[in-house]
Design a protein around this ligand. Sequence first.
Ligand code: PMP
Length: 309
Amino acid sequence: MVQSSAAAASSSNSASTTDQRLIWINGNLIPRSEAKVSVFDHGFLYGDGVFEGIRIYNQRIFKLRSHLVRLMESAERIHLDPKLTIDEIEDLTRKTVAANNLQDGYIRLILSRGEGTLGLNPFSCPVPGVICIADSIRLYPEEMYRDGMKVIIAERPRIPVECLDPSVKSLNYLNNILAKCEAIRQGLYEAIMLNTKGEVAEGTGDNIFVVKDGVISTPAPDAGFLLGITRQFVIDTVAPACQRSVLERTLHLEDLYDADEIFLTGTAAEVIGASKIGDRIIGNGKVGPVTQEFTKTFREMVAQGAPED
Ligand code: PMP
């Protein structure tokens, strides 16, 4: 999550500081200052690789298995064989978290194509890079959860599924970064991206939900976006716990402007309300009751023992 100094209000507690972190690189835990990858790594040269961002809550790794499944699926879809099983990747992830003595924090798990030639050919890279970073996390300020986030609609559409399926969490985030730049230029943090048909897809780093007359909807997967682990947890677990259900359907811009409430979900943001899109106020301009209930329920659930499935 990109943060201005004003927004970087809090970071989670941890036993070691960021400078003392041990980073997992291809089988070894290495001090942060020595943790380097080759300039010939295709992850660096071409964004050729995949990754995950995962939260640690009170030493439990939130939805770890779901993140690992998504990582393996992303890898398969770019023809990247990590040469490790899902269990081995789980094991190295847990070892990295333990080595850094983290109670709460954030894990960045990366599979890169590895070192190769300057040409595009991914098959010139015989050894994939497997990297795991576990660190503290910077959170959005609490006022933003209370008052709601202001967002914009990005002018740049989300990359079409047939070009590079956004459900692959690839190392190439330029589509999202450039949309985020549109928000940052207006002094905001997040932009909502539409697909090339003009349908609502997702935020640059979050999924989106709308509430209208008590009905909660979120874009259906065919809109082309990252199938968020938090999104799925909200649909499968948070909503039912609040005696509610979520409809997956096509959403248009008017659905956003007409909404009573809008909220975003993601590993870093959890569940956060949006109060304004550009100049337009959403609902009554305050974080609505459904969003408040979902934010609270999500937090209670992870505090009580975050599920690792
Ligand atoms: N969409 C995009 C583009 C993302 O990068 C992310 C993750 N930051 C999400 C949605 C939310 O996914 P998750 O809940 O798995 O973090």
